[in-house]
Structure formats: C-alpha cells, structure tokens
Design a protein. Structure first.
Length: 202
DNA sequence: AGGAAGATCTACT
DNA sequence: GTAGATCTTCCTA
C-alpha cells in the first residue's frame, strides 16, 4: 500500500523530516514511464544560522523557494549537477531536506539509460546521480511532493525496520556542530558510509 | 565584466 | 587520494 505523505509531514524541523524520510519512496512520472526509488540518504539544512545553507545570506531570487510551503520541490545546481530538496518548516521559515541517495526499485532500465551505467549501486548513490537517473531538473521547481497530480511525489509504502545512522554533512565547507546527515546503515546504495573528513557518529 | 566558490562526479594513480 | 570538468550564482570593480 502506498500513501502520499501529507503537507504536514514536511511542516517540521528538517532534521526530523530528514530522518523520517529514510525508507520512504520517491515516485517519478517521466515520459510515460514510472520510476521509483527508496530514500536511503538525506541531509537537513536550515536558514541564516546555517553556514552551509543556500539560505544563509537571506532571500534571493535563486533560493526563494526555501521560504515556500512545506513539501515544495526545490532543485538547485552545484558544479553542474542538479540537487533535489524538499522544503520543510512552516511557510516563511527557510529550511529544506536534501535527498542524497535512493535505492532503485522500479523503472531501472530507464534509470540506466538516463545515467549510462549498468551497476545498480551506481545508479542513484549521490545527489547529482539521483537527479540524473530520475530526470529531476529545475523545471520541476515549485511542484508539491504531496500533490497526487505531481509528476514527482513521495509516498510511505510501509517499509519499516531500517537502522538509521547519522554523520556530519558531506561536501560542505563549514558544518554545524550537530550531525545533520542521515542514512540507512549498511545500505549498498548510500553515497559513502563514512565521510572522509568527519568521523561518523552513531 | 570578470573571477571565485560551491549541498558534485569521474577518472586516474 | 587527488585533479579536473563543469556551470550557475554571487561579489567586487
């Protein structure tokens, strides 16, 4: 059974949403095919108080979606890669969760075509790779992941019993003290189990 | 107008 | 483990 996550689900602290998104399933309708992947790695981002956040310098044209309704799709480009975020917290409070990796479940042939790789583990084990595999670009900005008509949605398909691990965020120049990266312990589909520059905390 | 930085990825050693 | 590609946005002049 698949149940769409509610707008309220996202209207909370991004660290809580990031942790609870592990095991949820992304559904992407792309040119007639249906792609599905289970989220195995996420990171939480805050506003002005977070030196690693796109929102740290205030509201600007490129980051304005972080002030939008919870559940809004926010795609940003870094180093030529698209990064898929979902906006969190009540409207007006900038914050978001970055989806860093998914485990491919359905539409794997299409994902392999999009990515031009055949190794299942290398299909969506990184924020840029995941966007390429699922065809996620800035065209999708502003969509709501809780909207049944959206071509990009997130559902609860009843997956439970995953062991959650946590570490500092990857690739950021300056991190907060609290570890804000969450991943499924032992999964073959996460980007890295142990970040090189920071020790992994329970 | 130009340079630098960045929530990355790949290939190579 | 490190280097280079890549491209959009921001900051300074």
């Amino acid at each position: 059974m698949e149940r769409l996550l509610s707008k309220r689900f996202f209207e909370r602290d991004p660290a809580v949403v990031a942790e609870e998104l592990l095991g949820k399933v992304i559904i992407r309708n792309l040119e007639g095919s249906i792609l599905k992947g289970m989220i195995v790695e996420t990171e939480a981002y805050y506003g002005a108080e977070d030196p690693a956040s796109r929102a740290r310098r205030g509201k600007l044209p490129h980051n304005r979606l972080m002030w939008e309704d919870p559940g809004t799709v926010f795609v940003y480009v870094v180093h030529g890669n698209n990064l898929f975020n979902v906006v969190t917290m009540p409207r007006g409070i900038p914050s978001a969760v970055l989806i860093r990796a998914v485990r491919p479940l359905e539409g794997i042939d299409t994902m392999m075509r999009n990515r031009k790789v055949k190794d299942l583990r290398n299909l969506a084990n990184g924020p840029g790779k995941l966007c390429e595999a699922l065809g996620i670009t800035r065209d999708l900005n502003g969509l709501k992941v809780y909207d049944p008509k959206s071509p990009l949605r997130i559902v609860d398909s009843g997956i439970t019993g995953l062991e959650v691990a946590r570490s500092h965020r990857i690739g950021v120049r300056e991190d907060l003290e609290t570890p804000l990266r969450f991943y499924v312990r032992g999964s073959e589909f996460v980007c890295r189990n142990t970040p090189s520059r920071h020790k992994s905390l329970l």
